[in-house]
Design a protein around this ligand. Structure first.
Ligand code: ACM
Ligand code: ZN
Length: 552
């Protein structure tokens, strides 16, 4: 990450004070989001200098990206990377040690800052990476705010033992309603890493555009990624401007690798069988009405009534072929197959779909969708992968091995957990970052509706209504950004930050609702926003007591 050039504005002020600051022993108590499990502060300081050495007691290949992350911070502060050393000598060291006996998961760590140095201990590189993310927030903000390369910076004496509560801590980005270039996606991945989130859910196919290159079906991107124009307002008018964009397989590989280097798994979503007009516009035979359907990638927002025909065997072959290429690109164990908002009206009047229902003894179209989901799941399982779908896939019955992503409130996730299916909680009332974050709409962009202020995001309780035994089926939490009304990077970040920090803390720390310190979180979130500022991230400021509404 680079220091924001906005920091230049502060340069004049900072230049006058910085040398005095560097000499002064002035260290604030660490303020960290997500809140560590355990943190004990001591008195005194450790002086980190540009001469401090990094010593790793880890396999070099395994620890490479942890060192990169550490050195990113050092470059921001000192203007250069720290040198490595093979052994600890007196004082001035950062040690990263492997300790297989440590309690907690592979993502857990200990971070000990004493007067001689910094010692990070982890079972695996992921844990050491999260220790570095914690260290990022312990280095005082002034060290990043100044554009002068420092020689030293004082850090507080502190001992942290930390480990995540939930294994899955995700964020979903809709790249179909609006397309986000590789750089913007990478910047989002940086933001996730900073918050110790570990899943990037990539929404790639839609009624409004197919966004991933599939070599066997080139028209998906040549035709399906384009729409003639885009609606304005809530389907009021049309802007008359052609819109498109897609990721080549090379782009996908680059993003998957970039995420891996930040200990983030990318989980793609290929929508089956709905939200598919992009595909139908390219290959009309996929639809129940074929060529007669005159399908076009949608310019409107909403849910298209046309979905892929489940009566034709060629539709299954299409899904298998697409997934085959997707599996090559994404090593993720889990693949998301959508399944949400699939109106089944076209199936009701399609001879082939009705024939399939009859031949398989299905009761109705909901069971036909369930038939589709089962066959796709069998395919994924045969390739050693697992299926995730939105909570609609529960409607016609699902296998025990399917994971449910609960978005229409928590009910789907609760039902799943009670029946022994794994669930990921992303109820819209807490986790939909496209919803408004303030009631003061005068400075707000056009939005989809809804209201999720920061406090509401933080009020998420993924274990609500579940017994301790049922809670074991909650794999994690996720926040989502649907992008119908979000055309720019600045607005994207404005919607995401700081609310993503609330979901990140629920995922990592998941405080017992009885002990939730909302005011403490808000204070730390405010402190964290100073880091957003130096990194040049846009963010909502509605939660500041003074109601600062800068005109971003
Ligand atoms: C969704 O918001 N349709 C999952
Ligand atoms: Zn059909």
């Amino acid at each position: 990450m680079k220091k924001n050039f906005i920091a230049l504005i502060m340069l004049l002020v900072a230049a006058v004070t910085v040398s005095a600051q560097a000499k002064k022993v002035e260290v604030p108590t660490p303020s960290i989001v997500p809140l560590p499990t355990q943190m004990v502060t001591g008195s005194g300081v450790f002086t980190l200098t540009n001469d401090t050495r990094i010593v790793t007691q880890f396999d070099e290949k395994e620890i490479k990206y942890v060192k990169n992350a550490l050195n990113e911070i050092m470059v921001d502060v000192f203007g250069k990377e720290l040198k490595s050393a093979s052994k600890v000598k007196d004082g001035k060291y950062i040690v990263i040690k492997k300790d297989a006996t440590l309690n907690g998961t592979d993502e857990g760590y200990t971070l000990d800052i004493n007067k001689d140095g910094i010692v990070i201990t982890a079972k695996a590189a992921a844990g050491a990476f999260y220790a570095v993310q914690t260290l990022r927030q312990i280095v005082p903000i002034q060290a990043y705010e100044t554009t002068i390369d420092l020689e030293k910076v004082n850090l507080p004496i502190v001992n942290i033992k930390d480990s995540p509560s939930l294994a899955y801590r995700g964020f979903m980005l809709d790249c179909s309603r609006h397309f986000w270039n590789v750089e913007t996606v990478k910047e989002m991945i940086d933001i996730l890493a900073m918050h110790k989130m570990n899943r990037f859910r990539w929404h790639l196919t839609e009624d409004q555009g197919w966004r991933i290159e599939i070599k066997k079906y080139p028209l998906l991107t040549q035709i399906g990624s384009l729409r003639e124009q885009t609606t304005t307002g809530h389907n009021v008018g049309m802007d008359g401007i052609p819109y498109g964009g897609y990721y080549t397989q090379k782009d996908v590989k680059e993003i998957v690798k970039y995420a891996q280097e930040r200990f983030i798994t990318v989980i793609p979503e290929i929508e089956i069988p709905g939200h598919s007009l992009g595909a139908l516009s390219a290959y009309p035979w996929l639809g129940c009405r074929g060529e007669e359907g005159n399908y076009k990638t949608w310019s409107n927002w909403g849910v298209s009534p046309d979905i892929v025909c489940a009566g034709k065997e060629s539709s299954f072959q299409f899904w298998y072929d697409v997934l085959e290429e997707v599996l090559e690109l994404f090593p993720s164990e889990y693949i998301h197959i959508g399944g949400d908002e699939s109106p089944r009206d076209a199936w009701k009047v399609c001879d082939l779909c009705q024939k399939r229902i009859k031949e398989n003894g299905l009761k109705n179209e909901a069971e036909l969708q369930s038939y589709v989901t089962h066959r796709i799941e069998e395919f994924l399982n045969s390739r050693g992968r697992k299926l995730i779908g939105w909570d609609e896939i529960l409607e016609g019955g699902v296998s025990k091995s399917a994971t449910i992503m609960s978005w229409r409130g928590a009910e789907g996730g609760i039902k799943a957990a009670k029946s022994g299916n794994m669930a990921i909680m992303t109820p819209n009332g807490h986790c939909y970052l496209d919803y408004f974050q303030t009631t003061d709409r005068k400075d707000e962009h056009e939005g989809i509706g809804g209201y999720v202020p920061l406090r509401k995001a933080y009020a998420l309780n993924p274990y609500d209504q579940l017994s301790p035994n049922e809670q074991k089926y909650i794999m994690g939490v996720q926040c989502n950004l649907w992008t119908e009304y979000i055309p720019t990077r600045m607005q994207l970040q404005y919607q995401v930050l700081p609310r993503l920090s609330a979901i990140a803390e629920i995922g990592w720390t998941n405080p017992n609702p009885k002990d939730k310190d909302v005011e403490g979180f808000l204070t730390r979130a405010k402190e964290l926003s100073r880091y957003y500022y130096v990194y040049g991230y846009n963010f909502g400021k509605h939660f500041f007591e003074d109601g600062v509404q800068e005109g971003w």
